[in-house]
Design a protein around this ligand. Structure first.
Ligand code: EAX
Length: 336
């Protein structure tokens, strides 16, 4: 018996050594010749800017990895109804990439919530200056503490109010409306201050809730309103632009750690390279999409007195500004 074990042991050790020589095998579904397949999830329609940006990202990553890395896009909430749910899946590693708003991200990484403050950004040039500067880089780094790997800031856009009941121009016009918000405590507080009845809800449930009239309205950037065809269930669009909503492309740390350093550097560079292209898609189509929404029957209210909206919403921001640091908030506002 002893003779037998003596013989088997070296063979076992040898087998373990050979097996271990494979090094860090590629992650995800191996597809032969070291190929890997990754899943990218978003909530919006395939023709929305998130997925147009994601398609460009996937195409460049496949090209730059010489076909080794394939990323499949799952739009329209196919992998989860809400962005918070998708982010939890990223933390668990069941989804490899997320493209979505920073709306619920403050619940994972509090520092990014500073970007949710109403009327914080003057215009797109101001947005780019801040998000592509040191604060933006710091906010991406902070995501690491929440087991999320932020690659780049992409764009959702300036958010506008829609509803099915009445034209809204001044804050008082919105009083009493049931308005869906993202799962975001800053947005909740801002809309409560306006006097609406805010209802936090996963985006994947919004169209149905509007259709069944369990809520009166919602707020989102034009590109989301247009590509989600919310004109089918909303009559009134108010160009409030009350909050700038950044987007993120995030990768699961589990996916990230399984990549070689070379592939990590290539992906990071590609995600950042795609950012201006993806942001531009919403910006350059905004006016055209507003005109099309009006042509499809929406009553569009423009020339909004943003000062009146700012005054009311800002009044509820005290505790949040304090938590982020007044100097940091002023630093963003004063960025030229
Ligand atoms: O990211 O939840 C929202 O209103 C977001 O703006 C939407 O999912 C796009």
């Amino acid at each position: 018996m002893l003779k037998k074990i003596t013989f088997i042991l070296p063979v076992l050790i040898l087998a373990l050594i050979i097996g271990g020589c494979g090094g860090g095998q590629d992650k995800a579904a191996p597809k032969g010749e070291g190929k890997v397949a990754f899943k990218l999830a978003s909530l919006t329609a395939m023709d929305h800017t998130y997925n147009q940006g994601a398609a460009r990202f996937a195409e460049l990553v496949k090209e730059r990895s010489k076909g080794r890395i394939e990323i499949t896009i799952y739009p329209n909430g196919q992998l989860g109804k809400g962005e918070r749910e998708l982010l939890e899946a990223i933390q668990q590693g069941t989804i490899d990439f997320y493209v979505g708003s920073t709306g619920p991200v403050g619940g994972f990484s509090p520092s990014i919530g500073i970007l949710d403050l109403p009327f914080l950004f003057r215009d797109y040039a101001h947005v780019d200056k801040v998000l592509d500067g040191p604060l933006g880089r710091q906010l991406l780094d902070d995501l690491g503490k929440a087991n999320l790997k932020g690659l780049a800031f992409w764009e959702n856009g300036f958010r506008n109010l829609t509803n099915s009941k009445k034209a809204v121009k001044a804050p008082a016009d919105a009083k009493g409306l049931k308005i869906r918000t993202m799962e975001n405590k800053i947005h909740l507080a801002a809309w409560k201050a306006v006097g609406v009845n805010p209802v936090p809800m996963a985006y994947g449930e919004v169209y149905g809730a509007l259709q069944q009239k369990t809520i009166d309205g919602q707020e989102n950037p034009i590109a989301v309103i247009y590509t989600s065809k919310l004109n089918e269930v909303q009559k009134y669009l108010s160009l409030t632009q009350h909050v700038y909503s950044p987007a993120l492309i995030v990768v699961s740390p589990k996916t990230w750690q399984a990549l070689s350093k070379e592939d990590q550097d290539m992906m990071l560079k590609t995600a950042q390279e795609v950012a201006p292209y993806q942001r531009k898609l919403g910006r350059e189509n905004e006016e055209k999409q507003i005109a099309e929404l009006a042509a499809k029957g929406m009553t569009v209210t423009g020339n909004i007195n943003k000062g009146a909206w700012y005054k009311i919403m800002e009044g509820a921001m005290g505790e949040f500004i304090q938590s982020f640091g007044k100097d940091k908030v002023e630093g963003i506002i004063n960025t030229k």
